[in-house]
Design a protein around this ligand. Structure first.
Ligand code: SAM
Ligand code: SF4
Ligand code: SF4
Length: 367
């Protein structure tokens, strides 16, 4: 094993409170940012800890035994998370994804799911409540998650070959555990299960076809994600990105594909179906085909900072307001001010003048 130590810069800075609108936003009125994009999705990181050390996300050299994770009192409580989610739902958020770190490591996560499942949008509809997990604890938690009100799960799986998978997660977790989690999720009704494979050229791209063959006809939706330059510890290089177009070409050569039109604004995956009707796959091309123009996502970090972009270098401290005496109206005004002032489009301007190299780690902000 390498003894190289990658210094982890603390980029968790706080942004100043933005200029606030003169009045609190009206419940039910959508918020739009400076580029006309509505606020629709909220991703909530419930822990910065993880039992994996994926080479592209939490490399062991940076997240070793001495790494200082957040203390419990720094995390937003379930009540605080639910309050932010309720106010966000009042102002256009339709979908919530729980993430991390590994969200299933957060104690009593099903209690939080139950609280979020009880929220209603202004039209009376429940939120679309999902969760992204590495799958290692899913087999034992799937039934409880479904019973609490979770609708679907996305499971990350970067290889079908066990040796390759262990090299990717660098924590000795087996493919069999994750496959058992996927089957348990399907059986519990958390379906269709989406499966995310991060493709790193030269590391696991030989697993594209084995995974495609394995999940074809299963009813699960396999999605290939371009390796992204999130954070500053993964040593990202453009030549390790395999463009989604190449992924599609490789699969199409063996199993013919037909493009599927996108079903809604802000859909991050480009969808394809097998020509013989044996299922659907997707590609998420955040590097080669930026989708900032339709990005409707805000992210709430584990300690309550609101980020308007995955590649932001700083967030707005909502926890200070939640733990102060801020009213719901004040929080809604704050949310409106943050979203309306949003200009982010990092993937569109990656590498150009004005783009930043100071990026928050994905395990902290949530994927
Ligand atoms: N631990 C959970 C998991 O792995 O599914 C949830 C958190 S993880 C940060 C969320 C998603 O981000 C996963 O699908 C993961 O593969 C993806 N991800 C992490 N680092 C990435 C990178 N550098 N490029 C592309 N995707 C990445
Ligand atoms: Fe953990 Fe998920 Fe990051 Fe892998 S991608 S290290 S499982 S948070
Ligand atoms: Fe959205 Fe930022 Fe990603 Fe663009 S780079 S799609 S604005 S999260």
């Amino acid at each position: 094993m390498s003894s190289k130590v990658i210094p982890l810069m603390d980029r968790r800075q706080t942004l100043a409170i933005p200029a606030l609108p003169p009045q609190a936003p009206v419940r039910g009125a959508a918020l739009h940012d400076s580029r006309g994009r509505p606020l629709r999705d909220l991703r909530i990181s419930v822990t910065d800890r993880c039992n994996f050390r994926c080479v592209y996300c939490m490399p062991r050299e940076a997240f070793g035994k001495d790494h200082a994770f957040l203390p419990h009192h720094a995390l937003l409580s379930f009540e605080e998370i639910t309050r932010v989610a309720r106010i966000a739902a009042d102002h256009g958020v339709e979908k919530i994804r729980l993430t991390g770190g590994e969200p299933l490591l957060r104690k009593n996560i099903e209690v939080l799911i139950g609280m979020l499942a009880g929220l209603r949008r202004p039209d009376g509809q429940p939120l679309d409540l999902t969760l992204t997990t590495n799958g290692s604890l899913l087999a034992r938690k799937a039934v409880a998650l479904k019973a609490a009100g979770l609708r679907r799960v996305t499971v990350s799986l970067d290889a079908l070959d066990d040796a390759c998978f262990r090299r990717m997660n660098d924590a000795d977790h087996s493919v069999a555990d994750v496959l058992a989690g996927i089957e348990a999720a399907q059986a519990a009704g958390l379906a269709p299960v989406k499966i995310n494979m991060v493709v790193k050229r030269g590391t696991n791209d030989d697993q594209i076809l084995p995974l495609a063959r394995f999940f074809r006809g299963s009813g699960h939706i396999l999605r290939f994600i371009e390796y992204m330059d999130v954070g500053s510890t993964n040593g990202w290089r453009m030549d390790e990105v395999l463009p989604s177009a190449t992924v599609i070409a490789r699969i199409h050569a063996e199993m013919p594909l037909v493009a599927v039109p996108s079903s809604h604004q802000g859909e991050v995956a480009q969808r394809w179906r097998y020509a013989d009707g044996s299922g659907e796959i997707g590609v998420i091309s955040s590097v080669t085909q930026a989708f900032c123009g339709s990005c409707t996502r805000a992210r709430l970090s584990t300690e309550g900072k609101l980020y308007t972009c995955l590649f932001a270098s700083a967030g707005h401290d909502l926890r200070a307001l939640l733990r102060g005496d801020a009213s719901d109206e004040r929080l809604a005004t704050m949310l409106a001010g943050i979203w309306q002032g949003r200009t982010d489009r990092y993937s569109e301007i990656r590498g150009a003048a004005g783009s930043t190299d100071e990026r928050i780690e994905m395990s902290y902000i949530g994927g």
